[in-house]
Design a protein around this ligand. Sequence first.
Ligand SMILES: N[C@@H](CCC(=O)N[C@@H](CS)C(=O)NCC(=O)O)C(=O)O
Length: 252
Amino acid sequence: MTNGGCIELVSFPGGWGIVSNSPFCLKLDAYLRMSGIPYKMRLCGDPRTAPKGKLPYIVLENGTDMIADSGECIDFLEERSGAQGLDANLTEDQKADALCVRRTVEEHLYWVMVYSRWVDPQGWNHMYNLVKESAGLPWFIAPFILPRIQKKVIGELHGHGIGRHDPDVIYRMGRKDVDAISAKLGQRKFYFGGSKPTTIDACLYGTLIGFLKCPWDNVIKSHLLENHTNLVAYANALHEMYYPSMQDSEKK
Ligand SMILES: N[C@@H](CCC(=O)N[C@@H](CS)C(=O)NCC(=O)O)C(=O)O
């Protein structure tokens, strides 16, 4: 069985004006759009069915081979694309720079996002409804399932370490990540300048737009809006460029 000649991206569903609410799924989706690689998205609400128990993953064109982890997927596709890869013309120094920024975003700022959505009472209120609706959970099931997932997420935040801090410390740490990314980007349209995005732009898009589109007064969102208009303009421009149909639905 083949996959209709297409890569299948298996992703958490979206909401709030973005195609997925997972920054990793969004990053991989944006990467595929930026690269022009044909793909179709399959929505999945239960990561336990994924090869590594997390989303996203891809199923290759042959319909059988799977690659888990957005970074692994992108590395594989970049290698396969050779000279056409988004990062093909980067220097070793630029590649190292991109990796350091990516680790800051994915291994630290991501957990601030997780805290803001799953633990902060304001975010949890919205997240509860989003997950309930996107998973189609009946009203009488949601109160049993969702607090269990929340408990698991709280355990993960504790395991990471960030969850052991008070909320103001967690958000202060997140603001420092954002300050650093903002200083690195400056006023450029793409992280490394030029006229085309590279893989780090997909990564930054996934997380920044995830904060900006959340429908409550998230501390990091407010920090972006008040102090880092360069990052806001950057993420919104990528959103307009690669998700024009989302703009239409936002206007309706
Ligand atoms: N390093 C992985 C991280 C993926 C990840 O953490 N995915 C989250 C959603 S944002 C997930 O599937 N969580 C479900 C779970 O841990 O049970 C990647 O880049 O794909």
